[in-house]
Structure formats: C-alpha cells, structure tokens
Design a protein around this ligand. Structure first.
Ligand code: URA
Length: 241
C-alpha cells in the first residue's frame, strides 16, 4: 500500500501548486479523485493508487531519483527481497533511505564489492543491457597460479560450461604468492557467475571475488557494507557508456 496523504499535500508533491493554492483549487472544484470532483478539504489519497486530476489533467508526484553505490558484503542477496529471508542489499539502505531502490544487475551471494542501486529504470537498463557493453572490473583471488597461456585464453575468449563463448577480456596479474594469485579481470558481459566460470573454463578456482569498478566508476575505499550517493560526474559517466 502507498503512503496516505491529504489531497492538498499530494497536489503540492506533484509540483502543481503550493498547499495553500492547492486548497483553493479544491474549493473551486478543479480537482477530482478517481473521476469524482472533490470540493471539501481534508480528503485523503493513497500515493500510487488514487488518480488525481486538476482541471482534467492527471497529476503524479515528482519522483526523486537516487543513484547509490554500495560495497556489498558476502552473504547478502542482490535483490530487494529474498524468498528464504536471507539478508538483502536493500537491508543495508533501508534505515537511511525510504525510497524503494533496486540493484542494478547482480552480484552473487558469495561475491562482494561494487553494486549500484537506483529507482531510475532507464539508468538501470542502460547499464545492464549487453548492447551497451558496460565494462565491469573484478579482483579475483585464485587458488594456485595462472600461466601466461591461460591468461591468453581468457583474453581471447573461452567457452563456458553451457557453451557460451565469452568476448575478449582484459586480464592482468596484480600479485602472486605461493599458492595464490590476485588477478584483475574486466568484462562487459554479465552471464550468471561469469567470472568464476571463465576461470573454471581454464582450470582455475576462484576463492574470492570482488567487483571494484563499473564503466570507470571506482568503489575506492568505501567500507564494506556502506554506501554513498554517486556524484553527478559519476552518474553521467554511467549514463553514457
Ligand atoms: N561474476 C561472477 O562469477 N560472480 C559475480 O557476482 C559477478 C560476476
């Protein structure tokens, strides 16, 4: 159920008139709710359910758009709600942001790092639609080493277990110590568990995975489990992939 507010407040929320001027519109008989003219003050309407018109024109509350980056911890689901009641990324925002935000794309339960959250559907579409080829960069901790030959296969593209052939990727070793290799990989596709499956395809196991940037927008040192608003520069960088 949507929030219930007084009609004059609703009219003001739609940017149509001040509350005072809205009261006048009501007394003058210019306002209808669900097709019925309302002239008395104090009528209440439900946002998102009741249809309010002023002089026959349907009005809607102005939506404030939110663009947020979140550092998703392990053990959180990238959706607004989980059927098994596991913690969701929405839980990390809900005390501070009342608007209903949804994640832009997904990170696995066992992946951490940069996740964008918004209520702007066009923005989310731009970033997630494969045709826009938005680049996502991950840091993967591999068990064991990674040979030059395997890196070159990943760079050219590999066949995943379901036969999907991945596009060329940028792959570089950041650090290598006994038994473990830290690799940075950039891809622009978003198949389910793609990074893990790409490494699997060359016989390597990912022990930990973190996304660190999307289209050049970096997570930087945002603490795990915390979020911040994107800057206008970051928003435009993401809107124009
Ligand atoms: N690739 C994966 O394997 N997992 C993610 O969460 C994102 C990309």
């Amino acid at each position: 159920m949507g929030e219930i507010v007084r009609l004059q407040k609703y009219i003001a929320m739609c940017g149509e008139a001040s509350r005072r001027a809205a009261e006048e519109l009501i007394s003058k008989g210019k306002v209808s709710v669900n097709g019925k003219k309302v002239t008395e003050q104090g009528v209440k309407v439900e946002i998102g359910a009741d249809k309010v018109t002023v002089s026959g024109r349907l009005i809607k509350p102005e939506q404030k758009n939110f663009y947020i980056m979140l550092n998703k911890p392990l053990g959180y689901i990238s959706s607004a709600k989980d059927q098994f009641d596991r913690p969701t990324v929405a839980d990390l925002l809900k005390d501070e942001i009342k608007a209903r935000l949804f994640p832009v794309g997904r990170l696995d339960y066992d992946t951490e790092g940069l996740l964008l959250m918004t209520n702007d559907g066009d923005f989310a579409y731009k970033i997630t639609h494969p045709k826009h080829k938005v680049e996502k960069t991950y840091l993967a901790v591999l068990k064991g080493g990674l040979t030059e030959a395997k890196m070159n296969r990943l760079r050219r593209g590999v066949a995943l277990s379901d036969g999907f052939l991945t596009a060329p990727a940028d792959v570089r070793i950041i650090d290598a110590k006994a038994g473990q290799t830290l690799v940075q990989i950039t891809i622009h596709e978003g198949k389910n568990r793609q990074v893990r499956r790409m490494f699997e395809a060359v016989g390597s196991r990912v022990d930990a995975l973190k996304r660190v940037s999307i289209n050049g927008v970096e997570m930087g040192n945002l603490p795990l489990g915390r979020w911040r608003h994107l800057t206008s520069h970051e928003i435009s960088k993401l809107k124009n992939p």
